[in-house]
Design a binder for this molecule. Structure first.
Ligand code: FE2
Length: 160
């Protein structure tokens, strides 16, 4: 951050260290981060009504994108027969449920602090990438290195 007022204010910026080394997944993670930034900008702009309207729109696309990304990721993990898939899926589910619960409570008029919501979103995404996604990336890399990737894909096709 340069402190330039003209600059877009971001809550998080993509960094090489978030890369899991799988281009498709990295692209989707970048888009997730972009979503969090869009939401963050909405928390800062305009008056209360404007903010609420913006936030409601933006949050919907965040939830849609998160859901889309998780299902793409889970499909890939199924194909490579990732042994921790069920646990990983469970984490996705819990996270989506929390997002939906928060948004619902907000819609029902419960006091809601968009800023906190965006921070929660950012922190969850980054730590999930750093810990859980990195685990499957390592698993995939080992499959490739040991030459077992093709065999694993064939097995998953046979059981599909
Ligand atoms: Fe994940």
């Amino acid at each position: 951050m340069t402190g330039d007022d003209q600059e877009e204010i971001l809550i998080v910026e993509w960094d090489k260290r978030y890369s899991v080394g799988i281009p498709l997944i990295d692209e989707q993670h970048k888009a997730l981060i972009q979503n969090a930034n869009t939401l963050y900008q909405g928390c800062r702009a305009g008056g209360d009504d404007e903010r609420t309207a913006y936030f409601n729109r933006a949050v919907k696309s965040v939830v849609d994108y998160v859901t889309y990304h998780f299902s793409a990721e889970e499909k890939m993990l199924e194909r490579i027969r990732y042994p921790e898939l069920q646990r990983h899926k469970k984490q996705h589910e819990t996270f989506v449920q929390k997002l939906l619960d928060d948004v619902k409570e907000y819609g029902e008029g419960k006091k809601f602090v968009p800023n906190n919501f965006v921070r929660f979103l950012r922190d969850w995404i980054l730590s999930h990438i750093a810990v859980e996604d990195t685990k499957y990336a390592r698993y995939l890399m080992n499959l490739k290195k040991s030459g077992r990737l093709g065999e694993q894909l064939k097995r998953s096709e046979a059981t599909a």
